[in-house]
Design a protein around this ligand. Structure first.
Ligand SMILES: NC(=O)C1=CN([C@@H]2O[C@H](COP(=O)(O)OP(=O)(O)OC[C@H]3O[C@@H](n4cnc5c(N)ncnc54)[C@H](OP(=O)(O)O)[C@@H]3O)[C@@H](O)[C@H]2O)C=CC1
Ligand SMILES: O=C1O[C@H](COP(=O)(O)O)[C@@H](O)[C@H](O)[C@H]1O
Length: 538
């Protein structure tokens, strides 16, 4: 991590000198094999991220990309498909970037690295073919035998594919000979969902670790690829002023929100087997929670950081299943557009009781956090898109404003906004102008866009680059995954019982009313409004 003092671009009179960014470490030569080459994730996120790495000079010069799927296509047609998607997604994924053309040199570099292998992951012959392809690119693209296997396929294929990679001798652990010469490295990236329950996650971990060492396994959680999420550690541990108040003495509670305006879109079948809780909480929400709640690590390396995060998860008791709240969206209006209810979505059962909203309370049984509730909520088709961590501080201990109109003081809020705006904001009280002593809550905002230029980024760039340099800091370790499932397992069990009809909420609302009661019952607290946050300045 670099420690820079920056001149805010708009503050030309600022005197602070801006040192150059520290150059990132060059990635090792390697081949990357994508299982699931024709899939949505590959086209929409993985390949655009590789392209962005090529554009920013982080893709190794000696690189080969091998796509694998059953679809009968040539390397040429795969390349063309990827190019078409790239125009779409890298150019302007969400209308955020004013780049209307592909960087030709970057695309040339990436496209020259591309080959395609048709085959079935259940077929041992495919792996023999893959070995030949890897040998070939080692010579043609000088990949030094290093290889990443990216499992961008349905989760039922994770275990069988790792077994087959092992049987084919494609994922031997890196070793050193007597002269200190190291054999090539082999790494495996595993997508989410990593299991559907505590049992299945344990079984999957046991299964893949028969073949792989933990340092070869990269369990991906794309939330950790977001700059603003990584910045939580910088904010906490790069400053002296926040840590002294970052504990049960000064913090009343924490709210973590991942509100979406999207519905289940075309993923009805996936969602029917998953639901909001599995889809978002043990992975993304707990990743955010562990960043906020971890102890300061002794160093900035993967082992030190992951140990601290794992400690937080280990300190969370399993959730009492009676407390959480769930809901399912019905028809309504989202951002001015009429949308259908969940049960009317394609590939969704007309009587489905799958939740599209979940809210719960988590406690952390350790010295720092005892008695501080962490409330988490996530939902689809809500009133606005908003991913944020909001820290509510305890109010001033005594209202000194006697004989004034000030009756109650509002708490201070520190809000780390992750999407759609990337910002950090502190709310505090000031006196309004005028002769009367009256207070108002105001905010001090830091917006990423004000200080750093925005680069096209689909969210997987840092994570892929980290796999190439062998940095596991941002990936989930086996024990972290299992603890995450352990915490939510009682709720999954309860919600899987044949229930009465699930509570509903209209699309475009804040979610089910019961979610408000969850906080009201707990110390008379209330959720923050789910708002489309004000746009940052630039
Ligand atoms: N899409 C997304 O936004 C996200 C996806 N993920 C995860 O990524 C993974 C992939 O998702 P997604 O891309 O959406 O899925 P898709 O269904 O779009 O793609 C699946 C891919 O797997 C290939 N495939 C399926 N069976 C086999 C087989 N037996 N042998 C070889 N290839 C096979 C398919 O190609 P073919 O049929 O030609 O063989 C296709 O390329 C999943 O685990 C998902 O949960 C995670 C986060 C976000
Ligand atoms: O993993 C998932 O995340 C997305 C939300 O991620 P974001 O980066 O767009 O905020 C969610 O829509 C999806 O259902 C889930 O599978």
């Amino acid at each position: 991590m670099t420690v820079d003092t920056l001149v805010r671009p708009s503050q030309t009179s600022a005197l602070i000198k801006c040192p150059p960014y520290r150059k990132p470490k060059p990635a090792d030569p390697c081949a990357m094999v994508i299982f699931g080459a024709s899939g949505d994730l590959t086209k929409r996120l993985i390949v655009p991220a590789l392209y962005n790495l090529a554009r920013t000079g982080l893709l190794p010069a000696q690189f080969a990309l091998i796509g694998v799927a059953r679809k009968d296509i040539t390397a040429e047609s795969w390349r063309n498909e990827l190019y078409d998607m790239l125009k779409h997604f890298v150019g302007d994924p969400a209308g955020e970037f004013e780049i209307d053309r592909i960087d030709k040199a970057a695309w040339k570099r990436l496209s020259q690295s591309i080959s395609y292998l048709q085959g079935d992951l259940n077929d041992p012959e495919m792996y023999a073919g893959l070995r030949r392809e890897l040998d070939k690119v080692e010579k043609t693209h000088h990949t030094h035998g290093n290889a990443i296997f990216y499992l961008a396929v349905a989760d039922q294929l994770f275990g069988p594919t790792v077994d087959q990679l092992g049987k084919a001798g494609l994922v031997a652990e890196q070793s050193e000979d007597r002269d200190g010469k190291r054999s090539p490295w082999r790494r495996v990236v595993i997508e989410k969902p990593f299991g559907h329950s505590l049992d299945s996650a344990r079984r999957l971990n046991t299964r893949i670790r028969r073949t792989l060492q933990e340092d070869q396994i990269y369990r991906i959680d794309h939330f950790l690829g977001k700059d603003t999420v990584q910045s939580i550690m910088a904010f906490r541990f790069g400053n002296g002023i926040f840590e002294p108040i970052w504990n049960r003495d000064r913090i009343d509670h924490v709210q973590i929100t991942a509100a979406e305006t999207l519905g289940v879109e075309k993923r009805g079948a996936f969602y029917e087997a998953t639901g909001a809780l599995r889809d978002m909480i043990p992975n993304h929400a707990f990743s955010l929670l562990s960043m906020v709640a971890m102890e300061p690590p002794v160093g900035f390396d993967a082992a030190a950081i992951r140990n601290m995060k794992a400690d937080v998860l280990a300190a969370i008791p399993a959730i009492d299943p009676k407390v959480p709240v769930r809901g399912q969206y019905t028809a309504g209006k989202v951002l001015g557009r009429q949308v259908q209810g969940y049960r009317q979505e394609s590939n969704v059962a007309p009587q489905s009781n799958v939740e599209t909203y979940a809210a719960l309370k988590v406690e952390i049984d350790n010295w720092r956090w005892a008695g501080v509730p962490f409330f988490i909520r996530t939902g689809k088709h809500l009133v606005a898109r908003m991913t944020e961590i909001a820290i509510c501080f305890k109010p001033a201990p005594y209202t000194a404003f006697l004989n004034t109109p000030v009756e109650a003081l509002r708490p201070n809020w520190l809000v780390l906004s992750i999407a759609p705006e990337e910002s950090i904001s502190l709310q505090f009280e000031v006196k309004r102008r005028g002769p009367v002593v009256d207070l108002a809550a105001v905010k001090m905002d830091f917006c990423y866009n004000d200080w750093f230029s925005k680069e096209p980024n689909v969210g997987y760039e840092t994570l892929l680059y980290d796999v190439m340099i062998g940095d596991q800091t941002l990936f989930m370790r086996a024990d972290m995954i299992e603890d995450s499932w352990r915490i939510v397992q009682p709720v999954l069990d309860e919600w899987s019982k044949k229930p009465a009809d699930i509570p509903t909420y209209p699309s475009g609302s804040n979610g089910p009313v019961a979610a408000d009661e969850l906080l009201a019952r707990d110390g008379n607290r209330a959720w923050r409004a789910i708002d489309q946050p004000a746009k940052c300045n630039t």
